[in-house]
Design a protein around this ligand. Structure first.
Ligand code: NDP
Length: 286
């Protein structure tokens, strides 16, 4: 039977640490970190994410600025807002909630956000910095997953790590973080041959596929640490991960549940990145 990795508890700890550091930053330097969240259109899931981010900001003591733009917003209008936020000293982090409506090129928007305020770490400069291991921010979801691996006490060095998924926001940076920790890393994707054979080698298995119950018991090595990044909504409305929990849990040594695993970590890491950004922009290194 696996130990359950409690993402809610670990994320609460990260947020509490951010709250304490924020309190000190305000008291000592009069600086209150600010996060601007921009949402374009009416996607209900995005709306929920944005509201959660706003609540998290309040909980840790940040200023939060929300910009809700109509569905028909043009790329020029959004770029103009990004530019204004880039120049606003009260804003330390800028996050444009993706996806954006189809008339807007998300790459152009990501590229326009000042790299030092890019708390999602999606800007090419920040992506490049992650490659060379010289970064201020990590993308929130892989950073959160890494935090959960660390919470198990399992040392990544020398372990076989398999990441299923090669997206720019999860799979690739996750693999890079595991590599920086000296894991022996394999990245799998939809063209991978004999996937189960590869995943069965994993001491640490990270699933970021976007397919409900994709990772079955026969794909997992006895005693593996299993991190389920997937968030899939079933027809009955319930959330479910990429890992078939009932089959995998008895084999794993550690496993993240969905919900309550990686999900809560993403916002906690966003708060951490915003605090890091606020300190860096004010020349504070403590
Ligand atoms: P993408 O759709 O961008 O990437 C999915 C990856 O899975 C691709 O690399 C794809 O391969 C691979 N894949 C698809 N089918 C297979 C298959 N049959 N065998 C092996 N690999 C396959 O998704 P994201 O990375 O954005 O997200 C992954 C999951 O994580 C989703 O469920 C998403 O909701 C969730 N997520 C959760 C977050 C959180 O806060 N917890 C945040 C972000 C995402 P290929 O490249 O060849 O197409």
């Amino acid at each position: 039977m696996a130990n359950i990795i409690d993402g809610k508890a670990v994320s609460a700890k990260v947020k509490e640490q951010v709250r304490i550091e924020t309190e000190a930053l305000i008291a000592k330097h009069g600086i209150q970190p600010g996060l601007a969240v921009v949402i374009v259109g009416n996607d209900p899931a995005s709306r929920v994410y944005v509201n959660n981010k706003k609540k998290a900001c309040e909980a840790v003591g940040f200023k939060s600025f929300e910009y809700a733009l109509p569905e028909e917003t043009t790329q020029e209008e959004l770029l103009e807002l990004v530019e204004t936020l880039n120049n606003d000293k009260n804003v330390n982090g800028i996050l444009v909630q993706l996806p954006v409506p189809k008339q807007i090129d998300d790459k152009a928007i990501i590229n326009a956000i000042s790299a030092e305020k890019d708390v999602d770490a999606f800007h090419p400069e920040n992506v490049g910095r992650i490659m060379i291991g010289d970064y201020s921010f990590l993308p929130c979801t892989p950073a959160g997953a890494m935090e959960l691996i660390d919470s198990t006490g399992v040392d990544v060095a020398g372990k076989n790590c398999v990441v299923i998924g090669r997206s720019n926001i999860v799979g690739k940076p996750m693999a890079m973080l595991l590599l920086h920790r000296s894991g022996t890393v394999t990245i799998c994707h939809s063209r991978t041959q004999n996937l189960a054979e590869v995943t069965r080698q994993a001491d640490i298995l990270v699933a970021a596929v976007g397919k409900a119950n994709f990772v079955t018991g026969d794909m997992v090595k006895e005693g593996a640490v299993v991190i389920d990044v997937g968030i899939n909504r079933l027809d009955n409305g319930k959330l479910c991960g990429d890992v078939n929990y009932a089959e995998v849990e008895p084999k794993a040594s550690w496993i993240t549940p969905v919900p309550g695993g990686v999900g809560p970590m993403t916002i906690a890491m966003l708060m951490r990145n915003t605090l890091t950004a606020a300190k860096a922009q004010n020349g504070i290194h403590e």
